[in-house]
Ligand binder design. Structure first.
Ligand SMILES: [Cu+2]
Length: 406
Protein backbone atom coordinates (compact mmCIF):
# COMPACT_ATOMS: atom_id res chain seq x y z
CA UNK A 1 0.00 0.00 0.00
CA UNK A 2 2.75 2.39 1.01
CA UNK A 3 4.79 1.59 -2.11
CA UNK A 4 1.72 2.23 -4.25
CA UNK A 5 1.41 5.70 -2.70
CA UNK A 6 5.08 6.37 -3.38
CA UNK A 7 4.64 5.25 -6.99
CA UNK A 8 1.61 7.52 -7.49
CA UNK A 9 3.53 10.44 -5.97
CA UNK A 10 6.46 9.85 -8.32
CA UNK A 11 4.21 9.58 -11.40
CA UNK A 12 2.32 12.75 -10.45
CA UNK A 13 5.61 14.52 -9.81
CA UNK A 14 6.89 13.65 -13.29
CA UNK A 15 3.62 14.78 -14.88
CA UNK A 16 3.81 18.07 -12.96
CA UNK A 17 7.41 18.65 -14.07
CA UNK A 18 6.54 18.04 -17.71
CA UNK A 19 3.56 20.43 -17.52
CA UNK A 20 5.68 23.10 -15.81
CA UNK A 21 8.32 22.93 -18.50
CA UNK A 22 5.60 23.31 -21.12
CA UNK A 23 4.31 26.41 -19.37
CA UNK A 24 7.83 27.76 -19.23
CA UNK A 25 8.37 27.16 -22.95
CA UNK A 26 5.07 28.81 -23.78
CA UNK A 27 5.87 31.84 -21.64
CA UNK A 28 9.27 32.14 -23.30
CA UNK A 29 7.65 32.04 -26.69
CA UNK A 30 5.25 34.80 -25.71
CA UNK A 31 8.15 36.95 -24.54
CA UNK A 32 9.75 36.31 -27.92
CA UNK A 33 12.58 34.55 -26.18
CA UNK A 34 14.21 31.53 -27.83
CA UNK A 35 15.12 28.56 -25.69
CA UNK A 36 18.78 28.71 -26.63
CA UNK A 37 19.11 32.34 -25.53
CA UNK A 38 20.67 32.14 -22.09
CA UNK A 39 20.80 35.24 -20.01
CA UNK A 40 23.34 36.12 -17.37
CA UNK A 41 20.64 35.60 -14.74
CA UNK A 42 20.09 32.04 -16.01
CA UNK A 43 23.79 31.33 -15.75
CA UNK A 44 24.02 32.76 -12.30
CA UNK A 45 21.07 30.78 -11.08
CA UNK A 46 22.53 27.56 -12.47
CA UNK A 47 25.88 28.29 -10.81
CA UNK A 48 24.21 28.72 -7.44
CA UNK A 49 22.10 25.61 -7.95
CA UNK A 50 25.32 23.68 -8.54
CA UNK A 51 26.77 24.88 -5.26
CA UNK A 52 23.59 24.27 -3.29
CA UNK A 53 23.27 20.82 -4.82
CA UNK A 54 26.83 20.01 -3.78
CA UNK A 55 25.96 20.57 -0.13
CA UNK A 56 22.68 18.65 -0.37
CA UNK A 57 24.45 15.79 -2.16
CA UNK A 58 27.28 15.61 0.39
CA UNK A 59 24.85 15.77 3.29
CA UNK A 60 22.85 12.91 1.72
CA UNK A 61 25.92 10.77 1.20
CA UNK A 62 27.12 11.36 4.76
CA UNK A 63 23.65 10.53 6.05
CA UNK A 64 23.64 7.18 4.23
CA UNK A 65 27.17 6.39 5.43
CA UNK A 66 26.10 7.00 9.02
CA UNK A 67 22.78 5.15 8.81
CA UNK A 68 23.73 2.22 6.57
CA UNK A 69 27.53 2.22 6.68
CA UNK A 70 27.76 -0.51 9.29
CA UNK A 71 25.64 -3.05 7.44
CA UNK A 72 27.99 -6.05 7.59
CA UNK A 73 27.29 -8.55 10.34
CA UNK A 74 30.09 -9.35 12.79
CA UNK A 75 32.66 -11.54 11.08
CA UNK A 76 32.58 -15.10 12.43
CA UNK A 77 35.55 -16.62 10.64
CA UNK A 78 39.31 -16.37 11.05
CA UNK A 79 39.90 -14.73 7.67
CA UNK A 80 36.80 -12.52 7.91
CA UNK A 81 38.61 -9.71 9.70
CA UNK A 82 41.17 -9.51 6.88
CA UNK A 83 38.38 -9.24 4.33
CA UNK A 84 36.71 -6.52 6.39
CA UNK A 85 39.97 -4.62 6.67
CA UNK A 86 40.54 -4.83 2.92
CA UNK A 87 37.00 -3.63 2.38
CA UNK A 88 37.44 -0.70 4.79
CA UNK A 89 40.69 0.42 3.16
CA UNK A 90 38.95 0.47 -0.21
CA UNK A 91 35.96 2.35 1.15
CA UNK A 92 38.21 5.01 2.72
CA UNK A 93 40.14 5.53 -0.52
CA UNK A 94 36.97 5.66 -2.61
CA UNK A 95 35.34 8.08 -0.17
CA UNK A 96 38.28 10.49 -0.27
CA UNK A 97 38.35 10.44 -4.09
CA UNK A 98 34.59 10.78 -4.26
CA UNK A 99 34.49 13.93 -2.10
CA UNK A 100 37.49 15.52 -3.84
CA UNK A 101 36.17 14.97 -7.36
CA UNK A 102 32.70 16.26 -6.56
CA UNK A 103 34.06 19.22 -4.63
CA UNK A 104 36.04 20.31 -7.70
CA UNK A 105 33.18 19.54 -10.06
CA UNK A 106 30.56 21.64 -8.31
CA UNK A 107 32.76 24.34 -6.82
CA UNK A 108 34.33 25.30 -10.15
CA UNK A 109 30.98 25.12 -11.91
CA UNK A 110 29.83 27.75 -9.46
CA UNK A 111 32.99 29.84 -9.48
CA UNK A 112 33.57 30.07 -13.23
CA UNK A 113 30.09 30.50 -14.64
CA UNK A 114 30.04 32.49 -17.89
CA UNK A 115 30.62 36.22 -17.73
CA UNK A 116 30.93 38.40 -20.79
CA UNK A 117 33.95 40.37 -19.66
CA UNK A 118 36.10 37.38 -18.80
CA UNK A 119 37.98 35.01 -21.01
CA UNK A 120 38.91 31.47 -20.00
CA UNK A 121 42.57 30.66 -19.55
CA UNK A 122 43.49 28.33 -22.39
CA UNK A 123 46.30 25.85 -22.62
CA UNK A 124 46.61 22.81 -24.88
CA UNK A 125 48.82 20.56 -22.83
CA UNK A 126 50.51 20.27 -19.46
CA UNK A 127 52.96 17.48 -18.94
CA UNK A 128 53.03 18.16 -15.23
CA UNK A 129 49.27 17.70 -14.90
CA UNK A 130 49.30 14.56 -17.02
CA UNK A 131 52.02 13.11 -14.81
CA UNK A 132 50.13 13.92 -11.63
CA UNK A 133 46.86 12.34 -12.66
CA UNK A 134 48.54 9.30 -14.11
CA UNK A 135 51.10 8.51 -11.44
CA UNK A 136 49.02 9.09 -8.32
CA UNK A 137 46.11 6.84 -9.37
CA UNK A 138 48.61 4.21 -10.57
CA UNK A 139 50.26 4.10 -7.16
CA UNK A 140 46.94 3.94 -5.35
CA UNK A 141 45.59 1.20 -7.64
CA UNK A 142 48.81 -0.81 -7.39
CA UNK A 143 48.56 -0.57 -3.60
CA UNK A 144 44.94 -1.79 -3.64
CA UNK A 145 45.74 -4.70 -5.96
CA UNK A 146 48.86 -5.87 -4.13
CA UNK A 147 47.18 -5.55 -0.74
CA UNK A 148 44.12 -7.46 -2.01
CA UNK A 149 46.18 -10.22 -3.62
CA UNK A 150 48.18 -10.74 -0.46
CA UNK A 151 45.04 -11.19 1.61
CA UNK A 152 43.49 -13.47 -1.03
CA UNK A 153 46.65 -15.61 -1.06
CA UNK A 154 46.57 -15.86 2.73
CA UNK A 155 42.96 -17.02 2.61
CA UNK A 156 43.35 -19.53 -0.19
CA UNK A 157 46.83 -20.88 0.53
CA UNK A 158 46.91 -24.61 0.01
CA UNK A 159 48.67 -25.68 3.19
CA UNK A 160 46.02 -27.59 5.08
CA UNK A 161 45.87 -27.74 8.84
CA UNK A 162 46.52 -30.94 10.78
CA UNK A 163 42.99 -32.13 11.21
CA UNK A 164 40.56 -30.31 8.98
CA UNK A 165 36.84 -30.96 8.65
CA UNK A 166 36.28 -32.12 5.09
CA UNK A 167 32.93 -31.86 3.44
CA UNK A 168 31.19 -31.40 0.15
CA UNK A 169 28.48 -28.84 -0.55
CA UNK A 170 26.45 -30.12 -3.48
CA UNK A 171 24.03 -27.78 -5.23
CA UNK A 172 21.10 -28.53 -7.46
CA UNK A 173 17.96 -26.73 -8.47
CA UNK A 174 16.80 -25.95 -5.79
CA UNK A 175 18.55 -27.14 -2.67
CA UNK A 176 21.87 -28.02 -1.09
CA UNK A 177 23.11 -31.39 0.08
CA UNK A 178 25.99 -31.51 2.54
CA UNK A 179 28.18 -34.61 2.41
CA UNK A 180 30.39 -35.48 5.37
CA UNK A 181 33.11 -38.07 4.74
CA UNK A 182 32.38 -40.42 7.65
CA UNK A 183 34.96 -42.22 9.79
CA UNK A 184 37.67 -42.43 7.09
CA UNK A 185 37.56 -38.61 6.62
CA UNK A 186 37.59 -39.29 2.88
CA UNK A 187 34.80 -38.34 0.49
CA UNK A 188 33.90 -41.23 -1.80
CA UNK A 189 34.20 -40.90 -5.56
CA UNK A 190 31.03 -39.67 -7.23
CA UNK A 191 29.86 -39.16 -10.78
CA UNK A 192 26.70 -37.49 -12.04
CA UNK A 193 25.94 -40.45 -14.33
CA UNK A 194 25.13 -42.50 -11.24
CA UNK A 195 22.56 -40.08 -9.85
CA UNK A 196 19.26 -41.76 -9.07
CA UNK A 197 16.34 -41.31 -6.71
CA UNK A 198 18.19 -43.02 -3.89
CA UNK A 199 21.64 -41.70 -4.81
CA UNK A 200 21.23 -37.94 -5.15
CA UNK A 201 24.95 -37.18 -5.47
CA UNK A 202 25.87 -40.11 -7.69
CA UNK A 203 28.23 -41.74 -5.19
CA UNK A 204 29.97 -44.69 -6.81
CA UNK A 205 30.13 -48.28 -5.62
CA UNK A 206 30.19 -51.58 -7.49
CA UNK A 207 26.66 -52.43 -6.36
CA UNK A 208 25.31 -49.04 -7.31
CA UNK A 209 26.87 -49.22 -10.75
CA UNK A 210 25.37 -52.65 -11.35
CA UNK A 211 22.07 -51.45 -9.96
CA UNK A 212 22.03 -48.41 -12.17
CA UNK A 213 22.87 -50.45 -15.27
CA UNK A 214 20.10 -52.91 -14.39
CA UNK A 215 17.74 -49.98 -14.00
CA UNK A 216 18.68 -48.68 -17.43
CA UNK A 217 18.44 -52.15 -18.99
CA UNK A 218 14.97 -52.53 -17.60
CA UNK A 219 13.94 -49.19 -19.02
CA UNK A 220 15.42 -50.04 -22.42
CA UNK A 221 13.73 -53.45 -22.62
CA UNK A 222 10.45 -51.82 -21.57
CA UNK A 223 10.64 -49.42 -24.49
CA UNK A 224 11.73 -52.19 -26.87
CA UNK A 225 8.75 -54.24 -25.79
CA UNK A 226 6.45 -51.34 -26.40
CA UNK A 227 7.97 -50.81 -29.84
CA UNK A 228 7.48 -54.46 -30.72
CA UNK A 229 3.87 -54.57 -29.57
CA UNK A 230 2.56 -51.20 -30.67
CA UNK A 231 5.22 -50.06 -33.10
CA UNK A 232 3.07 -50.48 -36.17
CA UNK A 233 0.27 -48.34 -34.78
CA UNK A 234 2.34 -45.44 -33.44
CA UNK A 235 2.69 -42.18 -35.35
CA UNK A 236 6.20 -41.65 -36.80
CA UNK A 237 7.03 -38.79 -34.45
CA UNK A 238 6.37 -40.92 -31.37
CA UNK A 239 8.29 -43.80 -32.90
CA UNK A 240 11.26 -41.55 -33.44
CA UNK A 241 11.06 -40.24 -29.90
CA UNK A 242 11.13 -43.75 -28.45
CA UNK A 243 14.07 -44.80 -30.61
CA UNK A 244 15.88 -41.65 -29.57
CA UNK A 245 15.21 -42.49 -25.93
CA UNK A 246 16.73 -45.95 -26.37
CA UNK A 247 19.77 -44.38 -27.96
CA UNK A 248 20.19 -41.99 -25.04
CA UNK A 249 19.75 -44.70 -22.43
CA UNK A 250 22.37 -46.82 -24.16
CA UNK A 251 24.75 -43.90 -24.24
CA UNK A 252 24.13 -43.41 -20.52
CA UNK A 253 25.07 -47.08 -19.98
CA UNK A 254 28.34 -46.58 -21.84
CA UNK A 255 29.17 -43.61 -19.67
CA UNK A 256 28.57 -45.64 -16.53
CA UNK A 257 30.95 -48.25 -17.90
CA UNK A 258 33.52 -45.50 -18.26
CA UNK A 259 33.00 -44.64 -14.62
CA UNK A 260 33.56 -48.19 -13.43
CA UNK A 261 36.74 -48.60 -15.48
CA UNK A 262 38.12 -45.17 -14.60
CA UNK A 263 41.31 -44.59 -12.67
CA UNK A 264 39.41 -43.78 -9.48
CA UNK A 265 37.72 -47.17 -9.62
CA UNK A 266 40.95 -49.13 -9.81
CA UNK A 267 42.53 -47.26 -6.92
CA UNK A 268 39.73 -48.45 -4.68
CA UNK A 269 38.21 -45.10 -3.96
CA UNK A 270 34.75 -46.55 -4.28
CA UNK A 271 35.04 -47.83 -0.72
CA UNK A 272 35.24 -44.35 0.74
CA UNK A 273 31.66 -43.49 -0.25
CA UNK A 274 29.94 -46.11 1.90
CA UNK A 275 30.26 -44.28 5.20
CA UNK A 276 29.69 -40.81 3.76
CA UNK A 277 26.84 -38.95 5.40
CA UNK A 278 24.37 -36.92 3.40
CA UNK A 279 22.54 -34.12 5.18
CA UNK A 280 19.96 -31.67 3.94
CA UNK A 281 18.82 -28.36 5.41
CA UNK A 282 21.58 -28.00 8.02
CA UNK A 283 25.32 -27.51 7.91
CA UNK A 284 27.00 -28.29 11.22
CA UNK A 285 30.59 -27.19 11.85
CA UNK A 286 32.78 -27.38 14.95
CA UNK A 287 34.24 -24.20 16.43
CA UNK A 288 37.87 -23.37 15.76
CA UNK A 289 38.68 -26.17 13.33
CA UNK A 290 39.58 -25.51 9.74
CA UNK A 291 36.89 -26.59 7.27
CA UNK A 292 37.80 -27.65 3.75
CA UNK A 293 34.84 -27.21 1.45
CA UNK A 294 34.45 -28.81 -1.94
CA UNK A 295 31.61 -27.37 -3.98
CA UNK A 296 29.81 -29.19 -6.77
CA UNK A 297 26.69 -28.69 -8.80
CA UNK A 298 24.39 -31.07 -10.62
CA UNK A 299 22.79 -28.69 -13.09
CA UNK A 300 23.64 -24.99 -13.38
CA UNK A 301 26.09 -22.64 -11.69
CA UNK A 302 25.11 -21.89 -8.11
CA UNK A 303 27.05 -19.90 -5.58
CA UNK A 304 27.45 -20.81 -1.93
CA UNK A 305 27.42 -17.57 0.05
CA UNK A 306 27.98 -17.44 3.80
CA UNK A 307 27.91 -13.74 4.64
CA UNK A 308 28.82 -14.06 8.34
CA UNK A 309 31.96 -15.99 7.41
CA UNK A 310 32.84 -13.67 4.53
CA UNK A 311 32.89 -16.69 2.26
CA UNK A 312 31.54 -17.23 -1.20
CA UNK A 313 32.37 -19.79 -3.87
CA UNK A 314 30.67 -20.80 -7.09
CA UNK A 315 29.36 -24.35 -7.43
CA UNK A 316 30.02 -25.26 -11.06
CA UNK A 317 28.78 -28.43 -12.79
CA UNK A 318 31.74 -30.67 -13.61
CA UNK A 319 34.38 -28.51 -11.92
CA UNK A 320 34.87 -28.97 -8.17
CA UNK A 321 35.76 -25.68 -6.45
CA UNK A 322 37.35 -25.35 -3.04
CA UNK A 323 37.47 -22.99 -0.11
CA UNK A 324 38.82 -23.13 3.42
CA UNK A 325 37.74 -21.28 6.52
CA UNK A 326 37.77 -21.54 10.28
CA UNK A 327 34.62 -20.56 12.23
CA UNK A 328 35.43 -18.48 15.30
CA UNK A 329 32.07 -17.80 16.96
CA UNK A 330 29.45 -20.41 17.88
CA UNK A 331 25.79 -19.91 17.01
CA UNK A 332 25.01 -19.64 20.75
CA UNK A 333 27.62 -16.92 21.34
CA UNK A 334 26.38 -15.03 18.30
CA UNK A 335 22.83 -15.15 19.66
CA UNK A 336 24.06 -13.47 22.83
CA UNK A 337 26.17 -10.94 20.92
CA UNK A 338 23.34 -10.05 18.56
CA UNK A 339 20.85 -10.13 21.44
CA UNK A 340 18.64 -12.28 19.26
CA UNK A 341 17.65 -15.75 20.50
CA UNK A 342 16.51 -16.73 16.99
CA UNK A 343 19.73 -15.81 15.21
CA UNK A 344 21.11 -18.38 12.78
CA UNK A 345 24.04 -18.37 10.39
CA UNK A 346 23.08 -19.03 6.83
CA UNK A 347 24.40 -20.47 3.60
CA UNK A 348 22.48 -19.25 0.59
CA UNK A 349 22.66 -19.31 -3.17
CA UNK A 350 24.06 -16.10 -4.61
CA UNK A 351 23.61 -16.85 -8.30
CA UNK A 352 20.17 -16.40 -9.78
CA UNK A 353 19.82 -20.03 -10.81
CA UNK A 354 16.14 -20.42 -11.61
CA UNK A 355 12.57 -20.00 -10.40
CA UNK A 356 13.11 -21.12 -6.79
CA UNK A 357 16.57 -19.65 -6.38
CA UNK A 358 15.37 -17.76 -3.30
CA UNK A 359 14.56 -21.07 -1.58
CA UNK A 360 18.17 -22.23 -1.68
CA UNK A 361 19.20 -21.60 1.90
CA UNK A 362 20.69 -23.81 4.57
CA UNK A 363 21.00 -23.12 8.27
CA UNK A 364 24.64 -23.15 9.42
CA UNK A 365 25.24 -24.26 13.01
CA UNK A 366 28.57 -23.61 14.68
CA UNK A 367 28.92 -25.65 17.87
CA UNK A 368 31.55 -27.13 20.15
CA UNK A 369 33.60 -30.10 18.96
CA UNK A 370 31.65 -32.43 21.32
CA UNK A 371 28.25 -31.25 20.14
CA UNK A 372 29.39 -31.54 16.54
CA UNK A 373 30.66 -35.10 17.00
CA UNK A 374 27.48 -36.10 18.80
CA UNK A 375 25.37 -34.69 15.99
CA UNK A 376 27.49 -36.33 13.31
CA UNK A 377 27.23 -39.65 15.11
CA UNK A 378 23.45 -39.51 14.79
CA UNK A 379 23.47 -39.04 11.03
CA UNK A 380 22.89 -42.07 8.84
CA UNK A 381 25.66 -43.25 6.53
CA UNK A 382 25.01 -43.45 2.82
CA UNK A 383 24.87 -47.25 2.79
CA UNK A 384 22.41 -47.17 5.69
CA UNK A 385 20.09 -44.89 3.75
CA UNK A 386 20.29 -47.23 0.77
CA UNK A 387 18.51 -50.00 2.62
CA UNK A 388 20.33 -51.23 5.64
CA UNK A 389 22.84 -53.69 4.27
CA UNK A 390 25.03 -51.69 6.60
CA UNK A 391 28.74 -52.10 6.99
CA UNK A 392 29.15 -55.48 5.31
CA UNK A 393 32.78 -55.58 4.31
CA UNK A 394 32.23 -58.59 2.06
CA UNK A 395 30.19 -56.40 -0.19
CA UNK A 396 33.38 -55.10 -1.76
CA UNK A 397 34.45 -58.56 -2.83
CA UNK A 398 31.31 -60.31 -3.96
CA UNK A 399 29.02 -58.36 -6.17
CA UNK A 400 25.65 -58.28 -4.50
CA UNK A 401 22.25 -57.86 -5.97
CA UNK A 402 21.39 -54.43 -7.27
CA UNK A 403 20.42 -52.19 -4.39
CA UNK A 404 19.39 -49.13 -6.31
CA UNK A 405 15.82 -50.31 -6.63
CA UNK A 406 13.45 -48.97 -4.03
CU1 LIG B 1 21.17 -21.78 -6.83
Amino acid sequence: MFSLLVLITIVLGVVAAVQLSKVYQLAAKLRNHREEDISLADNKMNAWLMLIWMFVFFAGVIYFYVVYGDYLPVSASAHGNDIDMLFMVNVVIITIVFFLVHLFLFYYSWKYYYREDRKAFFFAHSTKLEMIWTIIPSIVLAFIIIFGLRIWNDITDVVASENPVRLEVYAKQFDWTIRYPGADNELGFSNYNLISGTNPLGIASDELIIGKIAELDEEISGIEKKLKEEGDFLPPSQLEALEDKIYRLQRHKLRINDVSTSREASSGEFKAGKDDKLVKGELHLPLGREVEFVFNSRDVIHSAFMPHFRAQMNAVPGIPTRFKMTPTITTDSMRVMEDNPNFDYILLCNKVCGASHNNMAVKVIIESEEEYQAWLEEQKTFSETLGGEGETDEAEESILEPVAEK
